[in-house]
Design a protein around this ligand. Structure first.
Ligand code: GLU
Length: 416
């Protein structure tokens, strides 16, 4: 049921983990809902002189383990329920990589592809004026997500600092390096994902240097996964790539750097020389070793899960697989690296960015990389061990690890 509400899916996933863990009813109910949520009506002057009204959201799901953390998504289909689901997943994400942060998420219903730079800047500033009193390094810290960029983070930080008349670089992460961003934040989501693919391949004895891979979704995460997969794993053949307009494939392999360049120059992957067209749904069913769903929710559903042939599915997107599909993939012996573990590299380096902002002292790329690798590898090990011990699929195992940590924090605070 691909049309299922993402927040209902997030609750259903939690319910399964709560049952398996024997979680007490009060903690379970507490963790099923956002602890705080805000909606904003944002008037923005457009280039044509007219004022347009946008709808924005910020959900602070759970702050038991620390200030809430999570990106801002600008998408035409954004709703309070997509934001709630994404905020829940951020809570589990920060817990599974064991960083001292809670989970949150924000969004604006808009289509940035149809907006000028000036319009995007005015929307960024309007959003911050609405949410500023709820943000801060000890409250809630946004970051980039789908269709939001380091430039947008820069405008937002500037607006926040203008309101408070002080320097507050740690109020937002994913900033440009010149404004206190961290080395390695740009490719961190993909880098972390490739680290867990490396660990997963060891478990199933897959020689990753010879493996084939395909990428669905060619935004920030997908583009970096294309090149980092080969760089980190010492080889591999990229068979297919798609974006929201369509995809391309080549059995003899696609040059990852060249297709990234083509995407940046033309805005699409279509028409890349030496390839044939493939649809997004066909791409998911290709006979490849590693599949990276890197677009949006609901890509792998009950309708197509039975046709997936990959040995490892590394979810760089948030929520790409429905619960119905999860069960099918598990039954077919496919190792799924669930979203909030596989794509936690982004928020992990966001956390490093915040730490550096607080100290006003900056680390090298080598430091970041080493720390990121350790956190991702530890998270994978914790989840994989739980999977073996409890005999459950990877997503449920990841939930069990994360929910146990968040529940403990809630209990220690005396909330339940
Ligand atoms: N938007 C990213 C995610 O979904 C990163 C969040 C962050 O860095 O706070 O994990």
């Amino acid at each position: 049921m691909s049309e299922m509400n993402p927040f209902k899916i997030a609750q259903q996933q939690l319910d399964e983990a709560a049952r398996k863990l024997g979680l007490d009813p009060a903690t379970h109910e507490l963790l099923r809902w956002p602890m705080r949520e805000y909606r904003f009506t944002l008037p923005v002057k457009m280039d044509n002189g007219q004022t347009r009204i946008f709808h924005g959201y910020r959900v602070q799901y759970n702050a038991a383990r620390g200030p809430t953390k999570g990106g801002l998504r600008w998408h035409p289909d954004e709703t309070i329920d997509t934001v709630r689901a994404l905020a829940a997943w951020m809570t589990w994400k920060c817990a599974v990589v064991n960083i001292p942060l809670g989970g949150g998420k924000g969004g604006v219903t808009c289509n940035p592809k149809e907006m000028s730079e000036g319009e995007k800047e005015r929307l960024s500033r309007a959003y911050i004026r609405a949410v500023a009193r709820e943000l801060g390094v000890h409250r809630d810290v946004p970051a980039p997500d789908v269709y939001t960029t380091p430039q947008i983070m820069a405008w937002m930080m500037d607006e926040f600092e203008a309101i408070y008349g002080e320097s507050h670089p740690g109020v937002i992460t994913g900033k440009p390096i010149a404004l206190g961003g961290s080395e390695g934040r740009g490719d961190a989501t993909a880098r972390g994902g490739v680290y867990v693919v490396r660990e997963a391949a060891k478990k199933i004895k897959l020689d990753v240097s010879k493996a084939s891979y395909a990428i669905q979704g060619f935004g920030n995460a997908g583009q970096f996964a294309a090149t980092l997969h080969r760089e980190i794993l010492g080889g591999g053949k990229l068979i297919a790539v798609s974006d929201s307009r369509g995809g391309v494939m080549s059995k003899s392999g696609i040059d990852p750097s060249a297709i990234v360049k083509h995407k940046l120059e033309t805005g699409k992957v279509e028409g890349f020389p030496g390839t044939t067209p493939v649809s997004n749904s066909e791409l998911l069913e290709l006979d490849v070793d590693v599949l990276y769903p890197s677009a949006l929710e609901g890509a792998i559903t009950g309708a197509n899960a039975g046709n997936i042939k990959a040995k490892i599915v590394c979810e760089l997107a948030n929520g790409p697989t429905t619960p119905e599909a999860d069960a099918i993939l598990h039954k077919n012996g496919i190792l799924v690296l669930p979203d909030f573990m596989a794509n936690a590299g982004g928020v992990t380096v966001s956390y490093f960015e915040q730490v550096q902002n607080t100290y006003n002292y900056y680390w090298s790329m080598a430091d970041i990389d080493q720390q990121l690798d350790r956190r991702m590898t530890d998270a994978f090990e914790a989840v994989y061990t739980t999977r073996e011990r409890a005999k459950v699929h990877m997503r449920l195992a990841a939930y069990m690890v994360a929910v146990t940590r968040v529940a403990e924090a809630c209990k220690l605070r005396g909330w339940v």
